[in-house]
Design a protein around this ligand. Structure first.
Ligand code: ZN
Length: 305
């Protein structure tokens, strides 16, 4: 089956009548919410992940892990009992998906550790920001870092080193599963906080400081934030600040209607004195989600400017 979208004279709008004549109402809405490019781009086949040329979630997952992430990951290994237990216990923790996925990515070596950045010639500093004694790799942060080990010890976790010939992932999986639920949660938060470079680059960290940060997270998770005196969240400064001399500043925002899947972009351009030079609002239909609404608003602001 060959597909074509848009009118003959326009390539940036869906042919709504055609879409609705083929698909069910919900399917048509889902298709119409897919953004189209604003300039002509020739059609080409995207999915080259396997021999069949047919996309499936399984084939996409396999391609993402083994090819795109640049890591050797044998999916069949998930069938290993120990690895299955490990991931099951990781996913079942009552932590936000963001933290669980981050640790999962760290285990896969898909995080921007200094070693990975160095390989891609992005960062010249190789050494761990916490201990400074070894290159920052995922295994270093998850197992070997003396600083992380100190934080773990302060929170009741003894990161016992594996024997020389033991696979580090097998060691981590067995160690993690051997912990009680509270210590599992604590260990994941330690990894999360220890890997937060923004936190470390802006202040000198001590082991006790990181222990306190982990406790703050644990308190927040337990809904006890009111008893915490030093929350980690940054204080946002939402006051508008003027641009420099002879410079105009463009601000934009978006409202999103989740029932109608529509949004409105609001754009304002001001000078150094705060005087409004131009302002605009622009409605959008078939918007998939709030992130798309923000992206559309950003695009509209650039076009408007
Ligand atoms: Zn270290």
């Amino acid at each position: 089956m060959k597909w074509a979208c848009g009118e003959e004279t326009s390539t940036h709008t869906w042919n709504e009548d055609l879409i609705r004549s083929i698909f069910s109402n919900q399917e048509a809405l889902n298709i119409l919410r897919i953004p189209l490019p604003h300039r002509p781009i020739p059609d080409f086949r995207i999915w080259r992940g396997d021999q069949s040329g047919l996309y499936s979630v399984r084939s996409g997952y396999r391609w993402l892990i083994s090819s795109e992430l640049g890591v050797s990951w044998d999916l069949n290994a998930v069938q290993d009992e120990w690895l299955g237990r490990f991931f099951k216990s990781l996913w079942s923790l009552d932590l936000t998906p963001k933290i669980r996925i981050f640790v999962w990515r760290m285990i896969q070596n898909y995080c921007p550790t200094f070693s990975n950045l160095h390989i891609r010639r992005i960062n010249t500093n190789l050494h761990c920001l916490l201990c400074g004694s070894a290159p920052e790799t995922n295994v270093h942060l998850l197992r070997d870092c003396s600083f992380v080990n100190g934080v773990c010890a302060g929170l009741g976790i003894n990161l016992t080193a594996p024997s020389a010939n033991q696979d580090w992932l097998k060691w981590l999986a067995d160690f993690f599963v051997s912990l009680g639920m509270h210590l599992r949660r604590t260990l994941i938060i330690i990894y999360w906080v220890a890997s937060n470079k923004h936190l470390h680059e802006n202040s000198t960290q001590s082991i006790q400081g990181l222990i306190n940060s982990v406790r703050v997270y644990l308190h927040e998770i337990a809904g006890l934030t009111s008893s915490v005196s030093a929350p980690l969240a940054e204080v946002r400064n939402d006051r508008w600040s003027p641009p420099g001399h002879n410079v105009f500043k463009v601000n934009f925002d978006a409202s999103f209607n989740s029932l109608q899947h529509s949004s409105v972009s609001g754009i304002i351009i001001r000078d150094e004195n705060g005087m409004t030079m131009a302002a605009s609002s622009y409605p959008h239909c078939f918007v998939a989600d709030p992130e798309s609404a923000e992206a559309l608003s950003c695009l509209q602001a650039l076009v408007f400017a």
